[in-house]
Design a protein around this ligand. Structure first.
Ligand code: ATP
Ligand code: LTN
Length: 329
């Protein structure tokens, strides 16, 4: 039996090279060795204000972006979170087990509530519990995420502990994080001390995988770099150029030390030009594939319903066990 993997990305904005390097690139490498469930977290998107029309269109677009980035719907179960009603149901049971004190520690809540000061809704606060339900429904062994999600995964593990203590062990599976070795955290191109985020209000801070290639060139060449001039990886001292080196290393497969050697004595501008070309060359076929998929949406819709069916079958088994354990079946 293959081990089970579950992961997802929130349906906000368009996927960025940060999401690709920190998450989806790794997911792709796992698709033959593991039984993988990858979802578009559209329920999670509701924690921040959404235009219903835009969100409706983005659901399909996100699904197409997953496939265009190399997730094979024949090898993985790709699905939309809201198509599987069990997520919201398990989330409620777990909400009733989770102490508020645990949620108070979540640093992402602090960041996001500062960012969305006019809309600090309860969903933004309880969102890590929905994320725990996402994972636990599939009895996932491993959860590949970027470093920013490690704390949420710890909370998920704590919730399993509470559940075991109250209702007995073996009903929920304790998941492990799976953090890719390299480029786990890509930083904003405008403020390299903050992570690159697809919902950042400054579009110059991220490269979206669907950005026109000319725009990508501009964004990378306009990335904020440090006052020094040497191309040396040291995020504490040179966060800007170190971030570009990390991106270069992830897209080229070259070690950071190798890149430092190749650019010894060269200017920041040299690296930026080469990096912009490399990112464009990588994303060009992705964009072509994306356009193909969006031009024939019937295939997308078919993949989506097949994914929903397979996912809900597995999810329902766990939900039944949980409902029995807590006494409502
Ligand atoms: P949002 O701006 O809506 O919070 P996001 O860009 O932070 O979105 P998520 O949907 O929260 O992206 O995350 C999807 C996956 O991408 C997660 O596994 C997350 O760890 C990873 N990820 C997000 N941002 C980065 C980043 N800058 N570097 C590396 N990995 C990232
Ligand atoms: N919270 C995640 C997206 C997400 C997720 C998940 C990741 C939702 N549910 C389950 C892994 C497992 C984020 O990256 N913001």
């Amino acid at each position: 039996m293959k081990k089970v993997i579950l992961s997802g990305s929130t349906a906000t904005g368009d996927l960025t090279i940060g999401n690709y390097i920190g998450a989806i690139g790794n997911w792709k490498n796992l698709q033959t060795e593991y039984d993988c469930f990858y979802m578009v977290a559209d329920l999670h998107a509701l924690t921040v204000k959404q235009d219903p029309k835009v969100l409706r269109e983005r659901r399909l677009s996100f699904f197409a972006q997953y496939i265009a980035l190399g997730l094979d719907p024949e090898k993985n179960t790709l699905f939309m979170q809201s198509d599987v009603h069990q997520h919201a149901e398990l989330s409620w049971v777990l909400t009733c087990l989770t102490p508020m004190g645990f949620l108070n520690r979540m640093t992402q809540f602090k960041d996001k509530s500062a960012q969305h000061a006019k809309n600090i809704n309860a969903g933004l606060y309880t969102y890590p519990i929905l994320m725990a339900a996402d994972i636990l429904l599939y009895r996932a062994d491993l959860v590949p995420v970027g470093e920013d999600q490690k704390q949420h995964l710890e909370l998920c593990r704590d919730i399993v502990g509470f559940f075991d203590h109250n209702y007995g062990e073996g009903i929920l599976k304790l998941p492990e994080p799976y953090i890719g070795k390299q480029g786990a955290r890509i930083m904003s191109l405008q403020d390299p001390t903050r992570k690159m985020s697809k919902s950042d209000e400054n579009p110059k801070s991220f490269v979206s995988i669907l950005d026109p290639l000319k725009k990508i060139q501009k964004k990378i060449k306009g990335a904020v770099t440090d006052s020094g001039s040497e191309i040396i990886f040291n995020p504490e001292v040179n966060p800007g150029i170190s971030n570009l080196i990390t991106i270069y290393s992830s897209f080229s497969g070259k070690a950071i030390s190798q890149i430092e050697k190749e650019y010894a004595g060269k200017m920041y501008g040299h690296l930026k030009v080469d990096l912009a070309d490399l990112v464009c060359a990588t994303l060009d076929p992705v964009q072509k594939k994306y356009n193909e998929l969006m031009n024939d949406q019937s295939a997308l819709v078919q993949f989506m319903s097949a994914g929903a069916l397979a996912a809900s079958e597995r999810a329902q088994k766990t939900l039944n066990d949980v409902y029995c354990a807590v006494g409502i079946r």
